[in-house]
Design a protein around this ligand. Sequence first.
Ligand code: RIB
Length: 306
Amino acid sequence: MSNIVVVGSYVTDLTARTPHMPKPGETVLGGPFRMGPGGKGGNQAVAAARQGAEVTMVTKIGNDLFGENAMNNFTNEGINTSYIVVDEEESTGAALITVDTSSENMIVVSLGACGKITKEEVTRSLPEFEKADIILVQLETSIEAVEETIRIANELNKPVILNPAPYQEISDELLSKVTYLTPNETEAGLLTGIEVTDVSSAREAAKKLTNKGVDVVIITLGKQGCLVYERNGDSQGEQIEGFPVKSVDTTGAGDAFNGAFATFISEGKSLKESARLANMVGALSVTKEGTAPAMPYRKDLETAVQ
Ligand code: RIB
């Protein structure tokens, strides 16, 4: 069983279905509303746990009802909550999500407590980093927390995945310390200045990122799967095909991919096989509504690969 530390966000997702995305100033009569656990960090932790990894979540929540729900949800998923900090001042974050009839989404996330994770709050989880096979972090928290996570991973000589979502400016020095970088097309474009519109521009962006010192770049391409580029290795911009599914809600598909990829690569599967299976987990996640609750289990993946 692989052991993973996830450092990142937990927020409550407040999702409304809508016949179309509102224009500025427009009020739209929406469809069903749902509330549930979310945040890129929390979603990735659940995705990994449901694929069979032993997961520790490092985040910060408020002393409120949403925070209580967070603890209950993580505990129910079998995730270690010992390093979740409860902030007495800040509230638990929330994301306002709209999903339209073509299952695309728009999100505004108010990070609350998890946007203020300090360096010290990361450092105190060192005992879990020491046990971990791989570390997983996103940009949906303070840069201070991201930097400390990557610093500890490097110091312990552990592989670290940075999912640069949502985009925030980061230094080339930080990028050079990342083992696996997993942007989507938009984030790859913002990180490189190359507009990523197809496989060929994704390849160019991935190459540029490996030139900055990242070991492996995986650009997720939605329905088209992903593109894998190694700084030193055989994969020099290969596309790993996606899986066609009937999509209901695409929110959290990238999180499903990242949590699953962390699990498979730390189980010792090859890079390409890990990316292929993670594509499948991402695809299965969009067949259900919601984010963390929509993450498939290992048995769902096993059924799908047959
Ligand atoms: O990646 C999807 C997630 O991004 C949602 O769960 C929402 O919380 C936002 O943070």
